[in-house]
Design a protein around this ligand. Structure first.
Ligand code: CMX
Ligand code: CO
Length: 166
């Protein structure tokens, strides 16, 4: 006897299957700004970016501009400049608390409804239980920043046949 007890080795735990990747690309970075025209000019003159669309979304309380950064086979990527139309909106409250800066990240997904259900099943709180309309015809939904490491996260499904931002 060696002094060691014979130990039957445990069979290795079966590895949990890796979940399929939900994100296809970074669709856009949403930036809170105080003056939309001034910010657009700064992005144009400093970075040479081009404005694709300007929209007002009363439900979100924003005036916004989408600037094109890149076009990829999986879809486009953009900077979304956001100016609040009222103080008690998400971007209005963010600006009052933090000043101008990155407000959220929008990730491209193939199917926003399926992605929402999959993420919800992991226990992350959803801001939007169902997808809604976003910029440039996209279908979007937000996840709560308190459950995503402090990053307000938007899922973006491009409209059929188009590369779109949210
Ligand atoms: N990033 C990280 N944390 C954020 C945040 C952000 N953008 N906005 C708010 N929070 C945090 C706050 O810091 C605060 O944290 P503490 O409790 O630790 O102080 C907490 O969330 C609550 O902040 P609040 O100002 O009281 O905000 P509300 O709870 O009223 O709303 C949220 C938070 C996420 C539900 C709201 O911002 C929301 O519905 N966002 C999604 C819609 C949106 O952002 N629309 C504008 C963009 C539209 C587009 O991209 O098309
Ligand atoms: Co956005």
């Amino acid at each position: 006897m060696s002094g060691y007890e014979a130990v039957t080795p445990m069979p290795p735990e079966p590895a949990a299957p890796a979940p399929p990747a939900l994100f296809t690309r970074i669709d856009h970075v949403g930036v809170a700004v105080r003056d939309l025209d001034e910010s657009i000019s700064w992005y144009e003159t400093t970075y040479g970016l081009r404005v694709l669309t300007r929209e007002t979304h009363d439900d979100q309380g924003v005036d916004e501009a989408m600037l094109a950064v890149a076009d990829t086979p999986a879809g486009g990527s953009y900077v979304q400049l956001l100016k609040p139309t009222r103080e008690d909106s998400p971007v209005g409250k963010f600006l009052a608390r933090n000043g101008p800066g990155v407000h959220h990240i929008g990730y491209g997904v193939v199917d926003v409804e399926a992605a929402l259900r999959s993420i919800e099943n992991t226990g992350v709180r959803l801001v939007d239980a169902r997808p809604r309309h976003g910029s440039m015809g996209a279908s979007i939904a937000f996840l709560h920043p308190k459950d995503t490491g402090g990053v307000l996260t938007e899922l973006v499904q491009a409209p059929r046949g188009a590369a779109a931002g949210g």
